[in-house]
Design a protein around this ligand. Structure first.
Ligand SMILES: C[S@@+](CC[C@H](N)C(=O)[O-])C[C@H]1O[C@@H](n2cnc3c(N)ncnc32)[C@H](O)[C@@H]1O
Length: 268
């Protein structure tokens, strides 16, 4: 099981990521785009993946450095970047690296960790190292914005979640292949706040054969005050906490926890 999300288990994972209909439609794109434009300086995206947020931000005029641990996700992002104008390309830097251990020798106005990428960091020591690295890469009063899902206690430890259930129905890809996806929790580890997730892609090729491709990874869940304590230990002050990408405040039934934190302390 890949501790970084399993995006490199097979080269096709990065292509499949961009074929998930729900990802392209997520409202987080507009939210992060607004934050990036408002930051008005250089931006660091940790876990930038295939550029779902990074590329629109660069197209909107932002200078963005994207760091990702997966060479396949970065290659997919690079391919898409090459189809953009020279000015967009000139505003993007892609770096292969681990968000728990990076040194870019540059200061940023804003760091973002979209679409729950921080939940791929499992151990507390790694979470702390990651947030401290981010702190050191931010200019004075620079901001960090990251989202994690809000834990629903009824769902998170549901033993029935070990059964496969459909994420999206089969649809036809532009090249005639067909794709559907299911998911399940292969194992629950409540004491560690970790679930072993499986995203199960069924790809039917033009010759009629169907491949079952499984992306398996441990996923950490994080509670509200746990995240606030982590941020405080790493020189950040939470200035906003949203429950969804429409900027509504966190409520009992909010699906997300979106932390907007300001660097309030320089770490040595
Ligand atoms: C859910 S995807 C999000 C991608 C992109 N931010 C988006 O919103 O579409 C999570 C990404 O985090 C990356 N990732 C996981 N662990 C990482 C780590 N320790 N350092 C850097 N990237 C990591 C994965 O390779 C993957 O590209």
């Amino acid at each position: 099981m890949n501790k970084h999300g399993g995006y490199d288990d097979q080269p096709i994972m990065a292509e499949l990521y961009d074929l998930v209909p729900g990802y392209a439609k997520r409202t987080d794109i507009d939210f992060y785009l607004q934050c990036c434009v408002a930051a008005g300086g250089s931006i660091l995206e940790l876990g930038c993946g295939t550029g779902r947020i990074l590329l629109p931000a660069a197209e909107a005029g932002c200078r963005v450095t994207g760091l990702d641990v997966s060479p396949h996700m970065l290659a997919q992002c690079q391919q898409k970047l090459q189809r953009k104008s020279h000015s967009v390309q000139s505003r993007v830097r892609l770096v292969h690296g681990d968000m728990t251990n990076f040194d870019l020798a540059e200061l940023f106005h804003l760091a973002i960790v979209p679409f729950r990428a921080f939940q791929h960091v499992i151990a507390v020591d790694d979470q702390l190292t990651c947030l401290r690295r981010i702190n050191r890469h931010l200019s004075t009063r620079g901001q960090l914005i990251l989202d994690v899902f809000q834990v629903d206690l009824k769902k998170i430890n549901n033993p029935r979640a070990t059964e496969e259930s459909e994420d999206f129905a089969e649809y036809e890809l532009p090249d005639g292949r067909r794709l559907r996806r299911a998911s399940r929790l292969a194992a629950l580890h409540p004491a560690d706040q970790v679930n072993d997730v499986e995203l199960i892609y069924y790809l039917t090729n033009l010759d009629g054969t169907t491949e079952r491709i499984v992306q398996a990874f441990p996923f950490r869940y994080i509670f509200r005050y746990e995240m606030e304590h982590l941020l405080a230990r790493c020189g950040f002050r939470v200035i906003d906490l949203f429950g969804n990408f429409d900027k509504s405040p966190l409520a009992d039934n909010s699906p997300e926890m979106i932390f907007v934190a300001e660097k309030c302390e320089n770490l040595d």
